[in-house]
Design a protein around this ligand. Structure first.
Ligand SMILES: NC(=O)c1ccc[n+]([C@@H]2O[C@H](COP(=O)([O-])OP(=O)(O)OC[C@H]3O[C@@H](n4cnc5c(N)ncnc54)[C@H](O)[C@@H]3O)[C@@H](O)[C@H]2O)c1
Ligand SMILES: [Zn+2]
Length: 386
């Protein structure tokens, strides 16, 4: 079995680490953890939730225990609404009571919620301990587990409290996607199309072809084929490579940068996505689903201000048709969405920033003040009614 690897060599970070992609890797997580951690710890705290741990916990725990790590497990509640201070406090208490030391490590086994929370706990427990990621959702594999952003939601907004804390390794076992519910797959593919649209033609076409060949509606059935598994690994490898490339040259998302390689471009589609989520009380859309609408809207807006061509818009629309059904937008209040724009985290000073497109693979950061609110309003009205 061949493992596909991406090296992440960050500036000012003594620990180079790797993202490893393959199948059947969970059973080898003990060896992998030992390899990632230069000074092998005595204890490993696995943070997960009941659902994921029920499916994959034994494989990971047995393998870690087989390498003589003392394994302690904490299961947090499942869902975005538990990515909060309360769960963080519970995890910190658990790490404290387990008496983890600075040479021990945390393993996050789960989706982006588990990864963000466990990562943040590792960033602040004893001022930072080693942390390993085993992402089990498509979104976490291609997006949240890569890049070192960790954090929790606060009463005043999502993801507003956090830290940059790079993992010491990321292990992607694509076979875990076999059990991922259809909507979660769709949400992940939306983020994949986001990355593809701002990357280049090559990733865009690869993503389009993959979705053409393998519908998220029948995903589980493909896992019997070796060709599919290999193509899934290649697809994830290409996506992670792109994200890594962006993160490596702007690790902390410099506020001064506005160029087409700034880490900010990864927020393509997120201005509307965050507003849609907020306007519907975070109940109607999964984050990735809102991003699906967000990228299409950003593209429409790019067309409205005449920097993006209709043919390219059609290409993007075609790919998005393949990700699976997205929740209806017709009942979403236009006014609430408009209001929500004002609270977006990407709001710098008075102005909102939009990540727009001048073409596939050509993102452009545009200050909100440079687009007339009337154009945004009109484009949005048409968009939500579609
Ligand atoms: N740190 C970053 O850079 C970054 C980037 C993007 C998103 N995020 C964050 O990621 C979070 C979203 O992550 P997510 O989409 O993975 O959601 P999630 O972690 O809530 O997982 C989605 C659901 O799938 C379940 N699940 C996970 N793996 C499974 C599997 N293999 N089989 C069956 N069920 C499984 C989970 O229990 C959960 O119910 C958000 O909080 C978002 O803010 C962070
Ligand atoms: Zn996102």
């Amino acid at each position: 079995m061949k493992i596909k690897k991406i090296a992440v060599e960050l500036q000012n970070n003594p620990h180079e680490y790797a993202v490893e992609i393959g199948h059947g890797l969970l059973e080898k997580s003990g060896e992998w953890a030992r390899k990632c951690l230069s000074r092998p710890p005595k204890k490993i705290a696995v943070i997960s939730n009941q659902k994921v741990f029920g499916l994959y916990g034994d494989a990971a725990r047995d393998s870690l225990a087989g390498e003589n790590f003392e394994v302690h497990v904490f299961l947090m509640k499942d869902g975005e609404r538990y990515k909060n201070f309360r769960s963080l406090k519970q995890v910190l208490k658990f790490l404290g009571e387990t008496k983890l030391t600075r040479t021990d490590a945390v393993v996050a086994l789960g989706g982006g919620v588990v990864g963000d929370l466990a990562g943040f706990a590792s960033a602040i427990f004893l001022r930072g301990i080693s942390f390993l990621q085993i992402p089990t959702t498509l979104l976490a594999m291609i997006d949240s587990s890569v890049g070192g952003k960790t954090g929790v939601n606060a009463e005043f907004g999502k993801n507003l409290i956090g830290a940059f804390h790079q993992p010491r390794g990321v292990l992607i076992d694509v076979e875990t996607l076999k059990t991922l519910p259809r909507r979660e797959l769709t949400a992940g593919f939306c983020e994949a199309v986001k990355q593809a649209a701002i990357a280049d033609r090559k990733l865009f076409n690869q993503t389009a072809d993959f979705l053409e060949n393998y519908s998220p509606n029948n995903f589980k059935s493909y896992f019997t084929g070796e060709k599919f598994i290999s193509e899934l690994e290649d697809f994830i490898h290409a996506q992670v490579s792109f994200k890594t490339e962006i993160v490596l040259q702007d690790e902390r998302e410099s506020t001064d940068r506005h160029d087409g390689k700034s880490r900010k471009i990864l927020n393509f589609g997120h201005t509307l996505a965050h507003a849609l989520e907020k306007a519907t009380d975070y109940k109607h859309f999964k984050h990735g689903e809102a991003v699906g609408y967000g990228i299409l809207f950003a593209a429409e807006l790019s067309k409205s201000i005449k920097i993006f061509d209709d043919n390219e818009l059609k290409l993007l629309d075609d790919v998005l048709q393949r990700v699976g059904k997205l929740p209806d937008t017709r009942k979403v209040s236009l006014e609430k969405v408009f209001e929500a724009f004002a609270f977006d985290k990407k709001n710098i000073g008075e102005s909102l920033q939009w990540i727009l497109l001048e073409g596939i693979g050509k993102p452009k950061i545009v200050e909100g003040t440079n687009i007339s609110p009337t154009i945004i309003h009109q484009t949005l009205k048409k968009f939500l009614e579609k």
